[in-house]
Design a protein around this ligand. Sequence first.
Ligand code: CP
Ligand code: NVA
Length: 307
Amino acid sequence: MQLKHYLQFTDLSREEYEYVFERARWMKQAFKQYRQYWPLVDRTLAMIFDKNSTRTRLSFEAGMNQLGGTSIYLSTRDTQLGRGEPVEDSARVISRMVDLIMIRTYEHDILQRFAQHSRVPVINGLTDDYHPCQIMGDIFTYIEQRGDIAGKTVAWIGDVNNMCNSWLQAAEVFDFKVHVSAPPGYNVDPGQIGLVGTANFEAFCSPHEAVKNVDLVTTDVWISMGFEAEAEQRKVDFADFCVDAEMMALADRNAVFMHCLPAHRGEEVAADVIDGPQSVVWEEAENRLHTQKALMEYLLLGKIQDT
Ligand code: CP
Ligand code: NVA
């Protein structure tokens, strides 16, 4: 089987996502019914974390166990990666001992260099630039809740970060629109994230304009991991970008609210929105498990059934 990495959202085609989502739906049902499905017996996943995590670690680790395989947690705090061993050497060694590798790190370049020297598939568990596994789970969740996402409009409110970049890539793959509203100085750079054009994205100065009639409203923390030094300035810059009930009321009445979590109530989102009836954040978090299980199966075994 040809070696396939998952480093950014555009690494899979729409047809491949449709296959992975079909498998995820099947695996979710099997999981809920306590049906054992062990296609990855004897396979090992190494998870390398250079940043904190709750959901990503848990969903990959539990997911690998549920598929019959094993996972090993490695942190840069206590491995030689944290003491300057070159990424390339680490990739060569780790990929001789395991079948699949997931990495959460800072610069996207580190992940790319690791993948270039790996003999096994590498998955992006979040970099400064992208968080494709989260967006895969988010799109699966939207489809589950409301049906096809093609032709719909998503409003992204707040920081133009790794999540926003992956949403913008996803819009090109699934053909929906993203309205981005961020403060001055926090701009989308379409070239930097490899967008084909600007047809799927529109920038808005006013978050209230951006959410008008949209089908999905989403946001994320103002201070992503690695940006802590800018915290005070960012709290000032983003003060008008809290998704509150007044903002949600401008979206389509059937719109859902999403957040990758962890959330800061009272900053990027008001408590009555994230804890309100339009919020699907808990389903969204759970779907990380099912979609990543399907992704791991796909990267290791390829297509195992016709869809
Ligand atoms: N959404 C997400 O990736 O959460 P963690 O940082 O807890 O993994
Ligand atoms: N944008 C956030 C996402 C956390 C899951 C961060 O990078 O910290």
